[in-house]
Design a binder for this molecule. Structure first.
Ligand code: 5GP
Length: 210
């Protein structure tokens, strides 16, 4: 049984228990939480993988999802699970945040141990806003595509059926104003190396001022 998270969608988490669960096991201060959000097709996955490769003090959370695995996706992209297992974990209070996104569940499991590294979450905007409510000092970074054409090209390149691509494009348009209003920082991903440099500088800035 996970500690004290509420079961209902309207109050996903109890602030104290979830924050406690994100604290380091040796009693030192809670790690910085960096939330990367952005519309589908912006390249978030590539960005967060590059981030944790460049900075060993970052720990990338692996989400749970009920979405089927894409043929192009590694097994480690998510914990791929079914709806009953996901709902069971919700019932146990086992998520820091969770949401429904285009007919599937997605959620950040409460980490068992955070070993002093700062935590990176790659999640959509509803989850980002839940995390901000839990941890006001979480750093929310919203990533924008360089152009709509490029975003559409990336979304189509994943091999999803056309109706799913359309739904994701519509969802991306809905998410954008919400994400921009919520964000502490906005970054345009026009070049992967430059974007990662920019994110690392933002993270360092927040580490110094924490
Ligand atoms: P995809 O199906 O493209 O992998 O992910 C769809 C959306 O769900 C993306 O915006 C992704 O960032 C978001 N997402 C992935 N994991 C989580 C999670 O644990 N929680 C929330 N709230 N969103 C997530």
């Amino acid at each position: 049984m996970y500690k004290g998270l509420a079961l209902s969608k309207s109050s996903h988490c109890s602030i104290n228990s979830a924050s406690e669960a994100m604290a380091a096991s040796d009693g030192t201060a809670a790690p910085l939480i960096i939330v990367i959000s952005g519309p589908g097709g912006v390249g978030k996955g590539t960005i967060v993988n590059a981030l944790v490769e460049r900075d060993p003090k970052l720990w990338l959370s692996r989400s749970w999802t009920t979405r089927p695995q894409r043929p192009s996706e590694p097994d480690t992209a998510y914990v791929f699970t079914d709806q009953p297992s996901f709902e069971n974990r919700i019932g146990q209070g086992g998520f820091l945040e969770w949401t429904r996104f285009l007919d599937n569940y997605y959620g950040t499991p409460l980490p068992d141990v955070v070993d002093g590294r700062d935590v990176v979450l790659e999640i959509e905007v509803d989850g980002a806003s839940q995390v901000k409510r839990l941890r006001h000092d979480a750093v929310l970074i919203f990533v924008l595509p360089p152009s709509r054409d490029e975003q559409q090209r990336r979304l189509r390149g994943r091999g999803d059926p056309e109706d799913k691509v359309d739904a994701r494009l519509r969802k991306a348009l809905d998410e954008e104003p919400v994400g921009l209003a919520l964000a502490d920082h906005v970054v345009v991903n026009d070049n992967l190396d430059r974007t990662v440099d920019e994110l690392l500088a933002i993270i360092d800035h927040h580490r110094v001022s924490a």
